[in-house]
Design a protein around this ligand. Structure first.
Ligand code: OGA
Ligand code: ZN
Length: 384
């Protein structure tokens, strides 16, 4: 780790500048440092939560003095005359003094986008190992964070087994479709998923707000002709749209689409959200795409509607491009999980002799990422 070489107080105590051993330097504001003080009066030693509010800190807070022995920075804040220590490692991990010139649609470094050619091997885990082996579970969750999807093999061919796919990392999200739902041909289907029709690549339930952020599809029977699964990286598709048609990308990002599901009695789910969702600083955070549940779009000005539809068609063509999709046929006892804010799933139509029976359920990504981060910490500590 880079140590602190020297400290200088800037702007009459409004900020400090640290010069680091690797030749770089970084600045911190007095108020930011005071707000993030790590001492026991500011943060609970037990749970790490902040004990004070911002208004407990004087607005005129400044740095009276600051020094470092290389490993730790010691700062005395005025007018409180309070001295707080910050480890150099902590300061490095939380530094914010950088220029950002990322184009709209940038992605976190934890993510790697893919298409059919680049995803040479499908990330795969083992059903039993996930329940018993922390490092196997960590590797599987890591793949989901990175690629937005993973396969799971060697599960039991038993109704409800999909709940055990979720249990090692989180919680099922129950919806009007139940704790889980049956994906097989029905006589009066409440959803076109419950037919033998092919389904264009889609994210599930964009008519919910918030959407379920994870989906599991678990195979119990798949002897029918067809019924292959296809997954598409929606983030790669959005970046392709941005590169091929920047104006189209920004139309889909800046205007809300609408989605609706009212296919069974007593249910009328509606949302108003963009197909490409960006954070205020342009980070690509979610894709919503579903031909079956797209409702009339009424939030695009008349003058822009033709161009919006052109962009929507272009986005759909990218989703349908065989070069984008990774296909496989689930065998009984196999399943896959998708980050439903990123990776679309599709199936080819099926018919003829044989049968096809999948079960599906939803869960949430915050719990998955939390389990992954906690496992990463424990396994790293154990290795030291
Ligand atoms: C679904 C769905 C795909 C399949 O139920 O959400 O998209 O392979 N099913 O049946
Ligand atoms: Zn679906």
């Amino acid at each position: 780790m880079t140590s602190i070489e020297s400290v200088s107080v800037l702007d009459g105590g409004a900020a400090i500048q640290l010069s680091l051993a690797d030749g770089s330097s970084t600045r911190f504001h007095a108020l930011w440092l005071r707000d993030n003080a790590l001492d026991g009066e500011t943060r609970s030693a037990g749970n790490g939560q902040r004990l004070i509010t911002l208004t407990d800190i004087p607005e005129e807070t400044s740095i009276g003095s600051a020094r470092s022995d290389g490993r730790v920075l010691s700062v005395t804040f005025l007018p409180e005359e309070k001295t707080v220590e910050f480890p150099a490692e902590w300061l490095r991990a939380n530094a914010y003094d950088r220029q950002s010139d990322e184009p709209a649609g940038w992605l976190s470094q934890a993510i790697e986008t893919w298409d059919r050619e680049s995803l040479a091997t499908i990330p795969t885990g083992d059903f039993a190992a996930n329940a018993t082996d922390g490092s196997a579970l960590r590797d599987w969750l890591y793949a989901i964070r990175k690629f937005g999807f993973a396969h799971l093999t060697n599960g039991p061919v038993e109704s409800g087994a999909l709940i055990e796919v979720v249990r090692p990392f989180g919680f099922v999200r129950e919806t009007n479709y139940g704790r889980w739902f049956e994906v097989r041909t029905e006589v009066n289907p409440t959803n076109l998923a419950y037919t033998g029709l092919g389904l264009q690549a889609h994210t599930d339930n964009p008519y919910r707000d918030p959407v379920p952020t994870l989906q599991v599809l678990y195979c119990l029977e798949n002897s029918a002709e067809g019924g292959d699964s296809i997954v598409v990286d929606g983030f790669r598709a959005a970046q392709r749209l941005r590169d091929e048609n920047p104006d189209g990308f920004s139309l889909l990002a800046r205007h809300c689409a609408r989605f609706e599901y009212a296919g069974s009695d007593g249910i009328c789910l509606r949302s108003r959200r963009p197909m490409i969702e960006l954070a205020p600083d342009g980070e690509l955070i979610a894709i919503r795409f579903n031909n079956r549940s797209a409702a009339p779009i009424t939030d695009v000005p008349f003058e822009k509607m033709a161009a919006y539809y052109h962009a929507y068609r272009h986005f759909a063509a990218i989703m349908d491009d065989p070069a984008m999709g990774v296909s496989f046929k689930l065998e009984p006892g196999e399943s896959f999980i998708v980050d439903n804010t990123r990776v679309l799933h599709a199936r080819t139509g099926y018919s003829g002799a044989g049968s096809r029976w999948l079960q599906g359920c939803y869960a949430d990504k915050d719990g998955l990422l939390s389990t992954l981060a906690a496992l990463e910490n424990t396994l790293m500590e154990a290795a030291q």
